[in-house]
Design a protein around this ligand. Structure first.
Ligand SMILES: Nc1ncnc2c1ncn2[C@@H]1O[C@H](COP(=O)(O)OP(=O)(O)OP(=O)(O)O)[C@@H](O)[C@H]1O
Ligand SMILES: Nc1ncnc2c1ncn2[C@@H]1O[C@H](COP(=O)(O)OP(=O)(O)OP(=O)(O)O)[C@@H](O)[C@H]1O
Ligand SMILES: [Mg+2]
Ligand SMILES: [Mg+2]
Lengths: 224, 224
């Protein structure tokens, strides 16, 4: 599904260069379930953003579904993001002025689905994360873990072929986290690809393969 | 140090009432190390905000250091918050336009310390969380876990007698999380009080006592 060859990402901060990724090469196939682990600052979120075409590498080649991402124009990139990829961001990225349901509905609006279909799907995704009784509440009226679950519902509602989830259980108690991981396992069983970032070994063991980053490099890549 | 008697917190959302806390009574003594656990939405952050005088209960009595918090005016409350309590918020609450060092320095500015003293303390707190090489970077130039560590440094810099830390290791890898917990243990050994919210049992075991919340009530309260 995706192939990264010698990808580096360098940020310039004043006079300094910060190397988020250093010459990373890896491939992830369709229907894989991959966990990415590593210390704070090791490049996990940067990698997720590159995989999801939310950012561009400083150097290297990235092929997604056989196509070089550099050669895609912005409309094609947006189409891939909207149709194929569900994101759970480490910082949730919810719209503060929308309700939980409004946040979950957003990718369906971008997709142009009719209102009745949107409503049905939103209700299903919200029920899946256990927040049906809070659908009309805004993010600042929800707890940290409840906001995280809204972010997860938003990622699931489009039924994407690739889920990119950055620390999706970081603010969740064990039982709620296990519910979310069951949803991801179901997506995987449905033939889709799941890539998740976590620092919890218990969570990573739900995947089939663990890629470990350190200082912007792949330290190890092994089956679970 | 603090005594809560029959504290409730009710939010009104449109026509609904959401009970964050229901008639909670508890006491936390000086030099205790307490972990608060419970499912998502069970009232943990609400409780932390009330303990830290960042919010007021809907009903009930709260005594902090022998004084009824309701009877304190805003200046007295602000003085308690600034002098006595270090906060690590679940959402970090960093100033996006300030550097890491600037964020850590903020409570010292409020306290009116001289510049040289502020600088010394900031450098110490930032070194303690392993971010000396990133002190001049702003929050959007830092990873999730690095931002969390800045928030932790800001809580430690005033050398408070009470640390309130809401999910302080949620975005941290195990090794970095253990470093932070060592810092909290050192604060506790110094005679201060630590109250932390976590959903990780491994983290909670560093405390002496675990209070478990469920649906806004204290479900259990036991020594570790
Ligand atoms: N400002 C608010 N307005 C309305 N409801 C709120 C508000 N803040 C919190 N709540 C609700 O009160 C309840 C308790 O929230 P709280 O943030 O204390 O939970 P929590 O235990 O910290 O959860 P989490 O583990 O998800 O962070 C939740 O149902 C939450 O949605
Ligand atoms: N916009 C940016 N500008 C400058 N440096 C950045 C930027 N984004 C990330 N970095 C730096 O790149 C490195 C990798 O960041 P990244 O967010 O990928 O780490 P991470 O593995 O996700 O860490 P965490 O576990 O703390 O979330 C870090 O040193 C970080 O500070
Ligand atoms: Mg990250
Ligand atoms: Mg909370």
């Amino acid at each position: 599904l995706l192939l990264m060859e010698e990808i580096s990402k360098v940020y310039r901060v004043g006079q300094e260069e910060v190397y988020a990724l250093r010459s990373v090469s890896l491939a992830i196939g369709r229907n894989e379930y991959v966990a990415i682990m590593g210390p704070s600052g090791s490049g996990k979120s940067t990698m997720m953003n590159l995989i999801g075409c939310l950012d561009t590498p400083s150097s290297g080649r990235y092929l997604l579904a056989g196509r070089a991402v550099q050669e895609l124009d912005e409309d094609e990139l947006a189409a891939i993001r909207n149709r194929e990829i569900g994101f759970v961001f480490q910082t949730f990225n919810l719209l503060p002025r929308s309700t939980a349901a409004g946040n979950v509905e957003l990718p369906l609006i971008y997709r142009g689905l009719p209102a009745a279909e949107r409503k049905r799907r939103v209700a299903g995704a919200i029920a899946r994360v256990g927040l049906s009784d809070r659908a009309t509440h805004r993010p600042n009226q929800l707890s940290g873990g409840q906001r995280q679950r809204v972010a997860i519902a938003r990622a699931l509602v489009t039924e994407p072929s690739l889920i990119l989830a950055d620390e999706p259980t970081g603010n969740l108690d064990t039982a709620t986290g296990e519910e979310i991981l069951r949803a991801f396992a179901e997506i995987h069983r449905g033939g889709n690809t799941v890539v998740l970032v976590t620092h919890e070994e218990d969570v990573a063991r739900h995947a089939q393969r663990i890629i470990r980053l350190r200082d912007g490099r792949v330290e190890s890549d092994s089956a679970v």
